[in-house]
Design a protein around this ligand. Structure first.
Ligand code: SF4
Length: 273
């Protein structure tokens, strides 16, 4: 029996006419609903009998893993991104529009998104980054930066996320910097980071742009004598006008995940610690 685990796999088997006879706005929405256990395959009158028989109970409903959940969110966002007005989005966000595709610079590399929500880029093909990027395109207000740096916990609506951000982003990145300082700062420079002179007294202060309207200031104090190291990440006061708190948290996690992957690949012994 064929087993389908994510909406994209199921979508390929649908008619793709977006006829709405299943009472959902599109075939992609239907695929997501089936994977989430909210709809039955038979609710689409255009699925042929052979496909129904081949799949039988082979749909893995519910959130079976973090990857499946991310794929479902990605599929939904891609569909939403495909429905927005691209010229208006380019003007709102101040980004490129070329051959009907939106061009967004993310960590020093261009991403291109077309009218059905498909994306191309030279790198960063990582759901931790792709989900915030699509949210930015769909919901970002393109607010002008204020120049005022604040901690994550000071951002509007961030109180509930602060503990997670502190542990999984700042502490996790700090541990990687302690073990691989040279490599981490080399990678940050490859991601387009620039020194932020005179903002703090940190040993390293670098500004990176995971998204055009969302700079992050990464400050690192190396361990010294009896003092432990410290790493914090600051944001422009306007950050939550351009991206939701959850997506900002995901971007922080994305950076940590990318660092981990690159350290395993490029460090001398291939070990994180
Ligand atoms: S009824 Fe089937 S073909 Fe029509 S929108 Fe729903 S899933 Fe797509």
């Amino acid at each position: 029996m064929t087993q389908i685990k994510n909406p994209l796999e199921l979508y390929k088997l649908l008619k793709k006419s977006n006829c709405r006879e299943c009472r959902l706005p599109s075939c992609m929405a239907f695929a997501v609903a089936v994977i989430q256990g909210q709809k039955q395959l038979a609710d689409c009158p255009y699925i042929d009998r052979e496909t129904l028989q081949a799949l039988g109970g082979g749909i893995v409903a519910g959130r079976s893993s973090r990857e499946d959940e991310q794929q479902q969110v990605l599929a939904r966002l891609k569909q939403e991104a495909g429905q927005i007005d691209f010229p208006a989005a380019a003007a709102r966000l101040g980004v490129q529009l070329r051959d009907g595709r939106l061009g967004i610079n993310c960590l020093g590399k261009d991403f291109w998104i077309d009218s059905v929500g498909d994306m191309w880029s030279e790198c960063h093909n990582n759901p931790w980054v792709l989900i915030p990027l699509l949210n930015y395109i769909i919901h970002g207000k393109g607010r002008k930066l204020s120049g005022e740096w604040v901690a994550f916990g000071e951002l509007s609506g961030a109180a509930d996320w602060n503990r997670f951000f502190s542990r999984r982003c700042e502490e996790a990145m700090g541990q990687l910097a302690d073990a691989h300082a040279e490599l981490i700062f080399e990678i940050l420079h490859l991601f387009g980071a620039n020194p932020a002179a005179g903002v703090t007294n940190a040993d390293q202060s670098l500004v990176i742009f995971p998204l055009p309207g969302l700079p992050m200031l990464i400050n690192y104090w190396a361990p010294e004598d009896h003092f432990a190291s410290k790493l914090n990440i600051l944001f422009d006061r306007t950050a939550t006008d351009n991206l939701t708190v959850e997506s900002i948290y995901l971007l922080g996690r994305g950076l940590v995940e990318m660092f981990r992957g690159l350290i395993v690949k490029h460090s001398r012994d291939g070990k994180l610690f």
